[in-house]
Design a binder for this molecule. Structure first.
Ligand code: HEC
Length: 270
């Protein structure tokens, strides 16, 4: 119980720090230590990936999975005018990737595979070689890529029956025998340098949270133009209502889920 309280307090501090009270300037000594570019960039990759992985899980389960049960629809054509759908999980990730691209921080995000439904998601060249290692080891890998700097690939597992059935039945899928727990792809991150600092990690997490909020907001904007839009507010589809959480409620759920993993990554227990 004491550990839990300590943990909860630390988490609360991180959230408050990230969102509310990040001081404009740290005392000089602190600034010097935290500015030192001596942290392996793998720590940053683990942290940004943890945030995205939890967002993807919550989006897949609570928005797409539960949303379908109350009548919401999702598809590849979601952006087309007149289509009343939301983005599939892979397209939600692409939305996040677009939103990151708009920002000055050079963090790249890409979901690739060697048997993709969409040919633009095919790993080529060196990334194809690295991807084979990810499939075999089922572990993330960190390496360098010419033109990009550092690259990290995290396995994307077929974690739900829906992943397998949808990909196996999809008309454009080059592979029709996916099984549960297969590595179906790799969430791939790029960053120009091989080392980073705690300030930089904090900044990039803040940026990712903002970009994630904007990616989700793009979906809410689409939904608000439906003939009969769902209610947007604090309620989630799993309440049984034709409702979607607003941006703040969505981000809060993602942060609650991702913070323990981000914290253990940052304090170096992983
Ligand atoms: C309802 C159908 C559907 C479901 C469910 C689904 N996907 Fe996909 N997935 C797609 C489509 C369609 C694309 C291609 C999107 C695009 O145009 O980039 C895709 C893309 C991907 C990609 C990028 C490579 C590719 O195939 O283009 C990966 C990796 C992936 N999905 C993994 C998963 C995993 C893991 C799950 C379950 C957690 C999942 N998908 C659930 C339809 C689905």
């Amino acid at each position: 119980m004491r550990r839990f309280i300590l943990w909860a307090l630390t988490l609360a501090c991180i959230c408050i720090y990230l969102f509310v009270t990040a001081p404009a300037e740290l005392p000089k000594q602190h600034a010097q230590t935290s500015d030192a570019h001596e942290i392996d960039v793998a720590v940053m990759f683990h942290a940004v990936n943890a945030l995205n992985a939890h967002a993807r899980q919550i989006y897949t389960r609570e928005i797409v999975g539960a949303g379908k049960k109350v009548g919401l629809k999702f598809g590849e054509d979601w952006k087309e005018i007149g289509v009343e759908k939301g983005p599939l999980p892979a397209l939600f990730l692409r939305e996040l990737s677009f939103e990151l691209e708009k920002r000055p921080e050079p963090l790249g995000l890409y979901l690739g595979s060697d048997k993709p439904i969409n040919p633009s998601n095919l790993f080529k060249g060196d990334t194809a070689v690295d991807y084979k290692t990810v499939v075999m080891s089922r572990e993330p890998i960190f390496s360098t890529l010419e033109g990009y700097g550092s690259i990290a690939m995290f396995p994307d597992f077929a974690s739900a029956p829906g992943c397998v059935s949808c990909h196996n039945e999809h008309k454009d899928s080059p592979k029709n025998d996916w099984e549960l727990n297969d590595v179906m792809g790799a969430t791939t991150w790029t960053w120009p340098d091989s080392t980073t600092s705690s300030d930089e990690i904090r900044q990039i997490l803040k940026t990712e949270i903002e970009a994630l909020g904007d990616a989700y907001q793009n979906y809410l904007v689409k939904v608000s133009n439906f003939d009969a839009p769902p209610k947007i507010g604090p309620e989630w589809p799993n309440s049984g209502q034709f409702a979607l959480p607003d941006k703040d409620a969505f981000l809060e759920a993602v942060l609650n889920a991702a913070s323990p993993e981000i914290l253990t990554t940052l304090i170096g227990e992983k």
